[in-house]
Design a protein around this ligand. Structure first.
Ligand code: TRP
Length: 341
């Protein structure tokens, strides 16, 4: 029977927020719940080091935070088909990364648009950083079905910004196969619909560094306070003036999170006619978000302060090592690294 695997991941650089939910987690949960795939969710602590090598202690805390965030939204490692993998704990993956680096070209890395954009933001670009796209190819292919057979699938659910990395993974895998013989199946990006959530300040992206995020771990009061401070239609200075809803962050969130579509339609209509104040729309949004976050908070409380987090990560990393061992064996063989001395 054909093997169907999913691998995706996140850098562990801090707590997750609603933007992560809309842009990634929601789709990961759907993929998990389809029951069609063996899922590997990667805690990319090595990739986090490419930009945070001066603050390693932050990363240790972040791994725990991200695991709790994942658990709380329902990525369920108690299922036999779900594994939480800590990147630094899979030694075979590092070896795969190093060997793939031998056929990766310096110049093609510098052309990668995602890497290029990120490099502009960084003062001291390290070698580790420049190599991260190759390292990410190793992440994906550490769970490559071996030996590959027809119909095997390796899917990578990601946001739009990761597409160049996925194209590169396919390219590098093909190059390896052409040079040394078939080892890797082509991987495929699974790009979600929604993608990006604006910040509470109306900036294009919710992010920790912009300080405009609502975290999955925020308590109800914090969420309410953040919502009451949210940007709305800047041209609307009084509640009886018709307002704009399409690009209005408060309405964007209502559309993304309010399950009561009728309420959203009604509020939109009243807002556009100047018949509802910002406060009412915001109070309703705070309720909606807190209703959404309540079960997430409950789940977090269930896992917090338990040793389970550690066990989950150890077990998941071990599962990935098992997958990666035959991969690295065949890569070594194809690259003539098996010596009859
Ligand atoms: N680059 C991804 C990010 O910044 C994280 C990541 C690391 C990843 N390895 C991966 C994503 C492998 C998909 C597959 O969020």
């Amino acid at each position: 029977m054909a093997t169907k695997r999913v691998l995706t991941g996140m850098r562990t650089t801090g707590q997750l927020h609603l933007g992560h939910y809309v842009g990634a987690l929601k789709q990961w949960i759907e993929t998990q719940n389809s029951g069609e795939y063996d899922c590997y969710f990667l805690l990319a602590d090595i990739q986090a080091l490419t930009t945070h090598a001066d603050r390693p202690e932050l990363l240790t805390q972040s791994v725990r935070d991200v695991v709790l965030d994942w658990l709380s939204v329902g990525l369920d490692p108690a299922r036999a088909d779900v594994h939480y993998v800590l990147q630094s704990q899979v030694a075979e993956r590092h070896e795969l990364s190093l060997l793939l680096a031998m056929i990766a070209k310096y110049n093609e890395l510098l052309r990668n648009p995602t890497l290029k954009a990120e490099m502009k933001e960084i003062k001291d670009v390290t070698l580790g950083f420049i190599c991260y796209p190759v390292d990410q190819v190793a992440d994906i292919y550490m769970v490559s079905p071996t030996p590959p057979s027809r119909g095997d699938k390796l899917l990578v659910p990601v946001g739009e910004d990761q597409v160049p990395h996925l194209e590169y993974a396919r390219e590098l895998a093909r190059r390896f196969n052409d040079k040394y013989g078939e080892v890797f199946v082509p991987c495929e990006a699974l790009v979600g619909e929604v993608g990006r959530l604006v910040g509470i300040d109306g900036q294009a992206k919710m992010s920790k560094s912009l300080n405009n995020a609502i975290y999955l771990a925020d308590d109800a009061e914090t969420v309410k306070a953040k919502v009451m401070k949210m940007f709305t239609d800047p041209k609307r200075i009084r509640a009886d003036i018709p307002g704009e809803t399409k690009n209005n962050p408060v309405f964007i969130y209502h559309r993304a999170f309010n399950p009561d579509k009728q309420e959203v339609a009604e509020l939109t209509e009243r807002y556009e006619k100047g018949k509802v104040g910002d406060i009412e729309v915001k109070e309703k949004l705070a309720k909606v978000l807190n209703n959404f976050l309540d079960p997430i908070r409950e789940m977090r409380a269930h896992y917090d302060n338990t040793a389970e987090v550690r066990d989950i990560v150890i077990a998941g990393s071990e599962a990935a090592r098992k997958m990666c061992q035959p991969v690295i064996e065949s890569v070594r063989e194809k690259m003539h690294l098996v010596y009859p001395l």
